[in-house]
Design a protein around this ligand. Structure first.
Ligand SMILES: *Cc1c(COP(=O)(O)O)cnc(C)c1O
Length: 399
């Protein structure tokens, strides 16, 4: 089946048999027990990481609405299974704990990554050592107890690209986790390029409307079992209402990403001509993009740029936009702008930001599906005002 069709139908194959047309939302936190022995067996199965059992027992162990979304995501990522969590960070945490269950004491990470992920690893909160390095340095960073390599591509917030097949070549058989939140399954299928686990903050493009939080990990059966064991133990299951909204969001994912990407391309071209913009970051502008063979089918709908005048100019651009919302997060139908150094990547710390190329002049834009001219008018106006005020300030200094 063509992807256009799969986005609309994935995870819905069983609905006709149930006599419904859209997934049902099961909000039960507990389930009646008819037979104690049967229930005890079900509970044991969930504790060992099974997907299903004859009785759902308790809302933290299993939810049928969530399973529907998991089936859909697994199909879209060409994975055996997928496991859903209450947020992207809950999903990252579960991957780290599952790696630990598998014997890991150490992970290797490639910067930049989302500020929360950087902080979780660097703080040692998950009980794992971390070595941050470039892809070429991975062989030297690997220790006997290394159990996972973590990367994002395109990376948050600079859109830096990593060739997943190149990482697979240097990583040998070590598991590789690719955070593919920016690309979505529309533009990139990391498992087909040699990744072991692919992670999404479903809060972003998959949900797509800024109204549901979630995280998803697509992987093989063995990793899925470990991830579900961690999820039961830590209470990180996605809420069924969120699962319903995200599953609905998947139906328009292809259309939304295509349209938002068209808009992003137009904004990138316009930004490059604006006098207040010093540098634009977008996958298509990166020489590495053309060298990625068969990894990405499009550059996506997130861009970043450095504005002349540093942090104060960037703050002013954020303050001057009217149509675009100054806010963190991304992947919604409406456009958002934010300052990574001050917001999403503040918690990562100065060293991580310097390593990852996250400057004080950097603004990140998540482009929505509005009209591109309207978006450019808003952004150009904010840039003009900011540039004018910067010039005024400079003038009052010399006069
Ligand atoms: C937002 C984000 C996360 C964290 O997801 P939450 O749903 O906010 O917990 C992880 N990775 C990337 C790339 C993100 O953009």
């Amino acid at each position: 089946m063509h992807d256009d069709t799969r986005f609309v139908h994935a995870g819905r194959e069983h609905l006709a048999r149930q006599g419904v047309h859209v997934p049902t939302v099961d909000l039960s936190t507990t389930y009646p027990i008819e037979d104690l022995n049967d229930a005890a067996e079900s509970l044991g199965r969930f504790a060992e990481g099974a997907v299903d059992a004859s009785n759902s027992i308790y809302g933290r162990l299993h939810n049928s609405t969530v399973v529907g979304l998991e089936r859909a995501t697994a199909a879209l990522e060409s994975a055996e299974e997928s496991v859903a969590f209450g947020s992207g960070m809950a999903a990252v945490t579960a991957c780290l704990l599952a790696a630990k269950m598998n014997g890991a004491g150490h992970v290797v990470g490639v910067r930049p990554v989302y500020g929360g992920t950087d902080h979780l690893l660097s703080s040692g909160l998950a009980g794992l050592d971390v070595t941050w390095c470039a892809v070429e340095e991975i062989p030297d960073a690997i220790r006997p107890d290394t159990g996972l390599i973590i990367l994002e591509t395109p990376a948050n917030p600079t859109l830096a690209l990593i060739d997943i097949q190149a990482v697979r070549r240097v990583a040998g058989t070590l598991p590789i986790l690719v955070d593919s939140t920016f690309a979505t399954p529309v533009l990139q299928r990391p498992l087909e390029c040699g990744a072991t686990l692919v992670l999404h903050s479903a809060t972003k493009f998959l949900g797509g409307h800024g109204d549901a939080m979630g995280g998803l990990v697509a992987c093989d059966n063995a990793w899925a079992r470990r991830l579900r064991q961690v999820r039961v133990a830590t209470g990180a299951l996605m809420h069924p209402w969120g699962a319903f909204l995200i599953h609905r969001g998947l139906q328009t994912l292809g259309l939304r990403v295509e349209r938002a990407q068209d808009n992003a391309r137009k904004l990138v071209r316009a930004l490059a001509t604006h006098r207040a913009v010093e540098r634009v970051f977008y996958p298509e502008l990166d020489p590495a993009y053309a060298a990625l063979t068969g990894q990405m089918s499009g550059p996506g709908a997130v861009l970043a740029f450095e504005v002349a005048g540093g942090r104060s100019a960037a703050a002013q651009v954020m303050a001057e936009v009217c149509l675009i919302t100054p806010a963190v997060s991304l992947g919604s139908v409406d456009s958002l702008i934010q300052h990574p150094a001050g917001l999403t990547h503040q918690i990562a710390g100065e060293k991580a930001r310097a390593d990852g190329g996250v400057s004080e002049a950097l603004l990140r834009v998540s482009v929505g599906i509005e009209n591109a001219n309207d978006l450019w008018s808003d952004l150009a106006n904010a840039l003009d005002r900011s540039a004018y005020d910067q010039a005024e300030k400079a003038y009052s200094k010399v006069s």
